[in-house]
Design a protein around this ligand. Structure first.
Ligand code: FES
Length: 347
């Protein structure tokens, strides 16, 4: 698979910047190709395919500088301008890293109050340009893969697992796989063809109610011997995590909302000369600033798009998304970082 190093691209961008000053390089490159940008990662929608009433599959070709390597189960960020402002969400990749040919496949379901998903399902067409954030995420297959796996998913939570199942098939990776997947109605099921090729139980909640640990135990008697991958609504994940912990099972979960629980104790956040405020360890630096009228740029507010990055001048912050602690001098995503003691942010 084609791969490009960030260093090489960085040098190319620097050269372009030098030759195109005082105008921005993008002023020239976009005349030639809208996917060429020296400031942001972009992609072009190549294919839009209807998968269900409210669901589409998209194939996106990455533009200049977008890292195309990923692990099965990871997601990319998609940013689209809606009413003059970029809205970002992350979507799991559903294709395999081996056969992407440099493309990303995602599946978008229009969800209630989902600004971006409703927009995409209603209007996306081949040829549209979108912003991209590089593939990321810890919810992916391990190497070697476990001998026994149990995937527990609901709704669009199946998408990262589809990439894993396709990858295991392509690479001929042997594992004893069970899938327990829930959707509301029969017509909501997508990727039925992939699930047919594995030992999967699909539960339709409108017909037989929700599936919880009690039902899964019956469906998968050897559940305790399996490594669990779970992706779906927060309530389902909370239940499954508690169940796995009670049975001492290894579990990996994917949540597309920020879990604000951390060891960070909070502290006084100072924004240069502009003001300061004392916050707890669950308030992000971005929110702390907003609470005292300091507006910093932001996009996704989920740690994807990098729009909110600022320099941490003093102190330490904890990144709720990655779990890392950042040192003074680091550039931090203010939308997902909380204060671990007193901190000063360069604004
Ligand atoms: S607003 Fe997108 S990473 Fe912070």
């Amino acid at each position: 698979m084609a791969s490009t190093t960030r260093d090489g691209l960085g040098r190319a961008r620097d050269v372009l910047r030098r030759f195109t000053t005082p105008l921005l390089p993008d002023d020239y490159t976009q005349l030639i190709n809208p996917l060429w940008s020296t400031r942001e990662l972009r992609g072009k929608i190549e294919v839009v395919e209807t998968a269900a009433d409210d669901t589409i599959h998209l194939v996106i070709s990455p533009g200049w500088g977008v890292p195309v390597d990923f692990e099965a189960g990871q997601y990319i960020g998609i940013g689209v301008q809606i009413d003059g402002r970029y809205t970002w969400r992350s979507y799991s990749l559903t294709n395999t890293p081996d056969t992407t040919a440099g493309h990303f496949s995602i599946t978008v379901r229009a969800v209630e109050r989902g600004r971006l998903s409703n927009h995409l399902v209603g209007t996306a067409k081949a040829g549209d340009t979108v912003r991209l954030a590089a593939p990321a995420g810890d919810f992916h297959l391990t190497n070697p893969i476990p001998e026994k796996l149990l995937f527990i998913t609901a709704g669009s939570g199946i998408t990262p697992v589809i990439s894993m199942l396709r990858t295991m098939k392509d690479r001929n990776l042997q594992s004893d796989v069970r899938v327990v997947h829930s959707v509301r109605r029969r017509e909501d099921l997508v990727f039925g063809d992939v699930l047919e090729g594995v030992d999967a139980t699909v539960n339709y909640t409108s017909e037989s109610g929700r599936v919880g640990p009690k039902e899964i135990k019956k469906m998968v008697p050897d559940f305790a011997e399996r490594v669990v991958y779970a992706c779906g609504p927060a309530l389902m994940l909370d239940q499954v995590e508690e169940w796995a912990e009670a049975h001492d099972m290894e579990i990996r979960t994917e949540r597309f909302t920020i879990d604000r629980a951390s060891e960070a104790k909070g502290g006084t956040v100072t924004f240069g000369e502009r003001g300061s405020i004392e916050v707890d360890g669950a308030t992000t630096i971005l929110e702390a600033g907003e609470s005292i009228g300091i507006q910093m740029p932001f996009g996704c507010r989920m740690g994807i798009c990098q729009t909110c990055v600022r320099q941490l001048d003093e102190g330490h912050v904890h990144d709720l998304r990655s779990g890392q602690t950042h040192e003074p001098g680091s550039r931090i995503r203010t939308c997902v970082c909380v204060a671990a003691g007193d901190v000063t942010i360069d604004v």
